[in-house]
Design a protein around this ligand. Structure first.
Ligand code: HAM
Length: 420
């Protein structure tokens, strides 16, 4: 058998990568809690129709990227490509549509059959927020503000720009759609094959085209600004005013349409130039029609999701783990007693390590290699007297300490490897 590798587009998270990953989730979990969001976990696969109709029949995700298969019972299921549709399904399934607002935080793997490259994977991970219930633009400002605080706490707010757009309400969209069809029809022969198809089914999608030729045509396409109803324009004004009042910088980008079809009014992305082509670290917007599509009542909602891998790549300063305490038996006969001391330290919340074999010198070398803060040394004689030698590996000082005050003595070491 040739050597086994992870499936293309998937990755193992080990060591520093896993630490960064966890740091992103911990930070987001903490900050979203300050804003009143509660964590939900939904299954990583759903009935295919949860996604197929709701994300947009012409979207890339649905047409090309879903991991869909028939299970052994003959049902069509799909590995979730995103979390929003799943959260709306869960809201309806759990009878929560009358218990609003629901403020949901989630973190977990998503699956899209995309062409892998830096920052783009087939199994990737998202953190996300969904604020379900309020129709007010203040809710949009709140989820953006929470996203901004997460990016700030991760230390990457300086590397990203918030790009903002409105997609208007239904009437604005209908008027804008007509204007786009008008415009793109004039270039119908020059558009890419994909965009020709989009012209009939979903002309807004053309604005998102990656094709060079399409992009030249898109550059002069009309923007939605001239087609907004007074209501939609007012909504957008109000959001911009809130963001300005909160001191959250943004630029307007009328070309943001987002890759999924469920959006109306607000659409936004936090983008960076530091990751090459895959520069969108967080994206979201308002999706007032999705809960109804899931079989629930008309329910407004707004949210975002962010790629953990992309955020993790931008995080520079990770808080170092506390240095461990090395427990070192002097001679084989003290090993059992040392193992007992090791357990006591861990139970007290102190990170501690003991090698599985080796003489004292070897074990001391290993302690230094681990970057241990201090060594706890005990031989048979110390064990019998109920004491240990505590050696500060930074200052080199060594002194005898009674076992029952060892935890306190370790905590008293200047910046010791102990949880306070
Ligand atoms: P999305 O724009 O499809 O939106 O994805 C959100 C973020 O997930 C992207 O900005 C990117 O950082 C990350 N991402 C997407 N695909 C990949 C990939 N293949 N590899 C690595 N990272 C990726 C959504 O998923 C919506 N559910 C967001 C939302 C929530 N809208 C409202 N609520």
């Amino acid at each position: 058998m040739s050597s086994l590798q992870p499936v293309r587009g998937t990755r193992d998270l080990i060591g520093d990568e896993q630490r960064r990953h966890r740091h992103v989730i911990d930070t987001a979990r903490h900050v979203s809690g300050l804003y009143g969001f509660e964590e939900w976990s939904t299954p990583i696969f759903e009935e295919t129709r949860v996604f197929s109709r709701t994300l947009g029949e012409t979207s890339d995700v649905v047409t090309k990227e879903m991991y869909t298969f028939t299970d052994r019972g003959g049902d069509s299921v799909t590995l979730r490509p995103e979390g929003t549709a799943a959260v709306c399904r869960a809201l309806v399934s759990n009878g929560l549509t009358q218990s609003l607002p629901q403020k949901v935080f989630y973190a977990g793997p998503m699956f899209r059959y995309e062409r892998p490259q830096k920052g783009r994977y087939r199994q990737f991970h998202q953190i996300g927020l969904e604020l379900i219930g309020p129709a007010e633009p203040l809710a949009d400002a709140e989820v953006i503000a929470c996203g901004w605080q997460i990016l700030s706490d991760l230390g990457i707010a300086k590397s990203v720009v918030l790009e903002l757009n409105t997609l208007g309400d239904m009437d604005s969209r209908t008027a804008y759609r007509a204007a786009l069809v008008d415009y793109f029809t004039r270039f119908a022969t020059e558009l890419s094959e994909d965009s020709k198809a989009r012209l009939e089914r979903n002309p807004l999608r053309i604005l998102d085209s990656k094709d060079e030729g399409d992009r030249r045509i898109v550059a002069d396409a009309p923007t939605i600004a001239g087609h907004l109803t007074p209501l939609a324009a007012g909504f957008y004004d109000s959001l911009r005013n809130s963001l300005t009042a909160l001191g959250i910088p943004f630029v307007e980008n009328p070309r943001i349409v987002r890759g999924l079809d469920y959006y109306n009014h607000t659409a936004f992305e936090f983008v960076t130039t530091e990751l090459g082509a895959q520069g969108t670290v967080m994206g979201g917007g308002r999706y007032d029609g999705l809960v109804k599509q899931m079989g629930g009542p008309e329910t407004p909602a707004v949210g975002w999701a962010a790629g953990i891998e992309r955020l993790a790549m931008l995080v520079t300063a990770l808080q170092a783990e506390a240095a461990p305490i090395a427990v070192i038996p002097a001679g084989e006969e003290a090993e059992g007693a040392a193992f007992g001391v090791l357990q006591k330290l861990r139970q007290a919340g102190i990170r501690a390590e003991m090698s599985y074999r080796g003489n004292m010198r070897r074990r001391m070398e290993r302690a230094n290699k681990l970057g241990a803060r201090a060594a706890v040394i005990l031989g048979a004689e110390e064990a019998a007297r109920g004491v240990v030698q505590l050696k500060d590996l930074v200052s080199g000082d060594q002194r005898e300490v009674a076992r029952d005050v060892l935890v306190a003595a370790i905590r008293a070491l200047p910046s010791a490897g102990a949880d306070a």
